[in-house]
Write a protein that binds this ligand. Structure first.
Ligand SMILES: Nc1ncnc2c1ncn2[C@@H]1O[C@H](COP(=O)(O)OP(=O)(O)O)[C@@H](O)[C@H]1O
Ligand SMILES: [Mg+2]
Length: 247
């Protein structure tokens, strides 16, 4: 479970402080997919980075399965897998070597890593290219390896930042099937997206983030009922209009 409580974050730019997150609170439950929805610049990636201990909050707290991200960051990192578009794999290492390296970073012993690599490789269909240099792989293959890297330590909490943007269509199916399998196993899943139709398909609960504020949240059916519409998109545009955000 991930609990975000009254979380705020600002960044200093050349001239001023810019508040990127303004007292947001939400809970992501085990066996559930929580979708953080919002346009570019809303603060989605910042939120995920705060949960992953890559940033420190200005105020407010984040706990991951009971561990505080500031006072127990190491424990939090062990429990979390974060996949972001920023991770670019390249070089002469093979996927197997890369996965072993990240397994070691996550304190796994060689036997545990190799067993995990075998199971991920069979799950994602990577057996054929596990020992080829990464530079010679297609982008779809690299995407699967990045995904495997982010979950090499079998984390209880899985966070995917815009997982399907820039993915080819087969890789999208891989990601979606994987998330549903992990949900079934009781993992806590948070994903960020600006694609509302995707959120409708994937998420159990969503929070809509606009300009650093979490303006509504709830289960998708309850939100659709509350706003008398069959589409999440309508809610999103209504909220954006109320706030004077233009598209
Ligand atoms: N390290 C940083 N320094 C300064 N500004 C940042 C930094 N990271 C993000 N921002 C700003 O914070 C806002 C939210 O960014 P981000 O969390 O990446 O949004 P999203 O992922 O929803 O597109 C944007 O205005 C972005 O420019
Ligand atoms: Mg982002």
């Amino acid at each position: 479970m991930v609990t975000v409580q009254d979380l705020s974050k600002s960044f200093k730019t050349k001239k001023q402080m810019k508040q990127v997150l303004d007292h947001i609170s939400f809970t992501a439950q085990p066996g559930n997919i929580y979708g953080l929805l919002g346009p570019n610049g809303a603060g989605k990636t910042t939120t995920l980075r705060l949960i992953a201990t890559l940033l420190k909050p200005d105020s407010g707290t984040v706990t991951v399965d009971g561990s505080d991200t500031v006072t127990h960051s190491r424990a939090v990192r062990d429990k979390i897998g974060l996949l972001t578009g920023e991770m670019r794999l390249s070089g002469n290492l093979s996927p197997r070597e890369t996965l072993r390296f990240f397994g070691q970073l996550n304190h796994m012993d060689r036997k545990a890593v190799d067993e995990r690599i075998a199971s991920l490789s069979s799950y994602f269909g990577m057996d054929d290219y596990l020992d080829r240099p990464i530079d010679r792989l297609s982008s779809g293959m690299k995407q699967k390896i990045s995904l495997a890297v982010s979950i090499i330590h079998d984390p209880k909490i899985i966070m995917f930042d815009e997982p399907t943007s820039n993915l080819d269509i087969l890789a999208v199916k891989t990601v979606i099937d994987f998330l549903f399998d992990e949900r079934r196993q009781g993992k806590t899943i948070i994903l960020s997206t600006h694609i509302l139709s995707e959120a409708e398909k994937l998420c159990d609960t969503v929070g809509i983030l606009l300009d650093g504020q979490l303006v509504v949240q709830g289960s998708i059916p309850s939100l659709l009922e509350q706003y008398h519409t069959p589409r999440l998109e309508d809610i999103f545009f209504e909220l954006a209009r109320e706030r004077g955000l233009t598209t």
